[in-house]
Design a protein around this ligand. Structure first.
Ligand code: PEP
Ligand code: MN
Length: 475
């Protein structure tokens, strides 16, 4: 029953949520008071350089006048859910594209990812009897950190592609130029994505009595689909039983769902332009998404990204690989969550199974020893990327499953709560990751390889993982 046991941490200092930001802004030792632009005084790792500062200013001024994409009240309700999860009561499911793109955007694409996340969440709720907090890597997941600043093809060297919010993928000088207008385009696409997500969450689509309609056509004939259908039959029976004893199944808990958005907080001019002060509490929120995370490549203490996120009231994630030492992790906790507020900080572990078994116990031990409140979640995909002989960047389903298994094993041993998972996935029938029930191999990859960045699990592979996690949480 490891998943229900509370972490053996000292209980976190209780601080009311609304009292936090003034303190956040002043309590990081040695730092001047935070404002939405103090990040400019720190190292701009991975930040694009714009040639024309007037164009940049015109774009960010325009964004500054646009309406927020998310609202402070929604952000606070996510934070409350995460706080409960960090205390052992809940599981965070984050998923979506590695990079959203202008080319791949359409209603069906958004709906399909939303639909798989709903299905996974149903599977895992049934398995764990725990609330599943649903967060899409959607409506803002455009900017990408790159390992190399340039790319060379056939002797020609150009700047790397950094995501559609910054430049374009085509290998020409024009396309690879950083264009501030792309931020405006990304904002407008995000408003459409959010509009679709809000309609699907509350407009009847997510009604539990309609869960048969959530099926994905291409999944239909697979074993996962029949397992899902068996589950829907059980849910139907439970609903009929509840109705019979007088439970009102037209209440919002049955007919709507809460769905949140998140992305990597990378392109700070965009994030700053959408950062607004909440009129009721005076706190600053980055209204580009409910939750933001700082990536493995930009989590330096002297970096602009840490400076920016420390001042906003959104729940924050930090990606950590095996390169993160226990001391660094404690520094991250002090800097991002100086008042130790539950739900404020999620540690997203991405190291590969073997390194995770070796390194995660030490990180958990440090956090337990110092009584820090964090939510631990697993990103089992980013530590498992490799290139095939025929040139595709891919991941193996087995390696992903092994990392998740290792994550659960280590938490069992340490008495801490395995609090969620973070996946790159899509509802579509892509062939980007090898393995899984469809037994995709390297020669299948060229069939439907559509990602504009890292390889994603397809709908069947994502459901398969959900069943595995559900079984694990039931133990
Ligand atoms: C990502 O989530 O797409 C990403 C770049 O992750 P990481 O920072 O963990 O490499
Ligand atoms: Mn990625």
């Amino acid at each position: 029953e490891a998943y229900v046991s509370l972490p053996s941490q000292k209980s976190p200092v209780s601080v009311s949520l609304s009292a936090s930001v003034e303190k956040l802004a002043t309590s990081v030792s040695g730092r001047p008071k935070w404002t939405p632009e103090t990040w400019k005084n720190y190292n701009p790792n991975q930040m694009p350089v714009y040639e024309d500062q007037d164009e940049l200013k015109a774009a960010t001024d325009e964004l500054g006048g646009y309406s927020p994409l998310v609202f402070a009240g929604e952000v606070r309700s996510l934070q409350e859910n995460l706080a409960k999860a960090s205390q052992g009561h809940g599981f965070l499911l984050m998923g979506g594209d590695c990079a959203e793109s202008f080319g791949e955007f359409n209603v069906d694409h958004v709906r399909d990812t939303f639909r798989v996340i709903l299905q996974m969440s149903l599977i895992m709720t049934f398995g764990s009897a725990m609330p599943i907090i649903k967060v899409g890597r959607m409506a803002g997941q455009f900017a990408k950190p790159r390992s190399e600043p340039t790319e060379t093809i056939d002797g020609e060297t150009l700047p790397s592609y950094r995501g559609d919010i910054i430049n374009s993928e085509a290998f020409t000088g024009d396309a690879r130029k950083n264009n501030p207008q792309n931020m405006i385009k990304a904002y407008h696409q995000s408003t459409q994505t959010l509009n679709i997500l809000r309609a699907f969450s509350t407009g009847g689509y997510a009604d539990i009595s309609r869960l048969h309609a959530w099926n994905l056509d291409f999944v239909d004939k697979t074993e996962e689909a029949s397992r899902f259908r068996q589950l829907t039959t059980k849910v139907d029976e439970s609903l009929r039983f509840m109705k019979a004893i007088g439970v009102d199944t037209t209440l919002p808990a049955f007919t709507t769902t809460e769905f949140y958005t998140a992305h990597e907080c990378l392109l700070l001019p965009y994030e700053q332009a959408l950062t607004r002060q909440d009129s009721t509490t005076g706190r600053w929120y980055d209204c580009s998404a409910h939750m933001l995370w700082v990536g493995e490549r930009t989590r330096q203490q002297d970096g602009a990204h840490f400076e920016f996120v420390r001042g906003v009231g959104n729940p924050l994630g930090v990606k950590v690989s095996d390169k993160c030492t226990p001391d660094q992790l404690l520094e991250i906790c002090d800097q991002m969550n100086p008042n130790n507020i539950p739900g404020r900080l999620t540690i997203i572990v991405r190291m590969g199974a073997e390194k995770l078994r070796k390194n995660l116990p030490g990180l958990i031990r440090a956090v337990q020893r110092e009584g820090k409140s964090v939510l631990w979640i697993s990103d089992p995909v980013h530590g498992n990327t490799f290139k095939t002989e025929n040139g595709f960047k891919t991941r193996s389903f087995d390696a992903i499953r092994e990392e998740l298994r290792a994550f659960f094993d280590v938490h069992d041993e340490m008495g801490s709560h395995p609090g969620g998972m973070h996946l790159e996935m899509t509802g579509e029938d892509v062939t980007e990751c090898v393995g899984g029930l469809q037994a995709l191999d390297e020669n299948d990859l060229n069939k439907r390889y559509h990602t504009s960045c890292d390889p994603r699990l397809n709908g069947v592979q994502a459901l398969q993982l959900a069943f595995l996690v559900a079984e694990r949480m039931r133990q």
